[in-house]
Design a protein around this ligand. Sequence first.
Ligand code: ZN
Length: 362
Amino acid sequence: MPSLPASARPDAIDETLSQTRYYRRRLPELHRLERLIRKGGQHIETTVLAEIRDGDLALPLYALRLGSRRSDAPVLLLTGGIHGVERIGSQLLLSQLATLISRLQWDEGLQQDLERIRLVFCPLINPVGMAHGWRSNGNGVDLMRNAPLDAETPGPWPLAGHRIGRWLPWYRGRRDTPMQPEAQALCELVRSEIDGAPFSLALDCHSGFGMRDRLWFPYAGSNRLLEHAAEVHALARLFERAQPHHPYVFEPQCHQYRTHGDLWDYLYRQQLAHREQVFLPLTLEMGSWLWVRKNLRQLTSFTGLFNPLVPHRHKRILRRHSLLLDFLIRATRSWQYWLPQDDERVFHQRQAQRRWSRTGNG
Ligand SMILES: [Zn+2]
């Protein structure tokens, strides 16, 4: 394994007193992530993708790799915290990471899985936003509206993304300027990790929309069905048969709302140039309105609109999604056994059109 740059080694984690205090007070998720990096030791390769400034401090944007280093290994990417206020997404990934680290000590099955596949965690993409409880990053930009890509059929303004100014939510940033450092770092990470992978899956964790837990896939900016509708349909069918009582709605994001500048639309479209590779980006949108309904006090807190505040509910949410994450690891490892080919692909394409198409022409 090539040696890591100094900034990427766990022992190089900056522990100045002010930084430690800051994390404890504002960013316990980053504090926990650094403890997990230390605990994971040799099982984890850590990189600082960027340092994001917040006043005098530079907050690290970490990526962690577990498993095969081969460039042609299938890859599962797990990302969260793009919207700083949606802390539960980061917390879910940290809890999964902790479980994996402890299982790696004794679980031969998991060790064998990781010899075949690579897991890439980027659980806290927007540390400054999270430290302040903002949806946007420190520059007021909504990172999920920041890709240089206009929607074909935009949804209602300003939710779809706008360029008016940072004082209004869903700001895309100025036209013809580079992407924000967090968005750029994520795009570079995804591109480099899936570059040689014949098959890759991504799960990006969000919260705050509706009563149901949803699994979205591209497109966010178009009513067209994505090019890999057959593959997504086969994956959804596989999950539905393995877990018939699962809580999720599988659907293209555009069924709920359409946006400009979606990072996953952007990355997915770029990857289409590599015809022999399959990249399926999913977004987990945890339905937080249910938590609000069960505890109306949450309405008085901005954070409470996006995160469970009652401890038992918080634990239940973390538990609720572990079946999904376990399934995604298995589906990534065994992709060749279920990815549809030839006639089967035609069948799944038809089924996907019937289930999800809104334009009638796929
Ligand atoms: Zn979000």
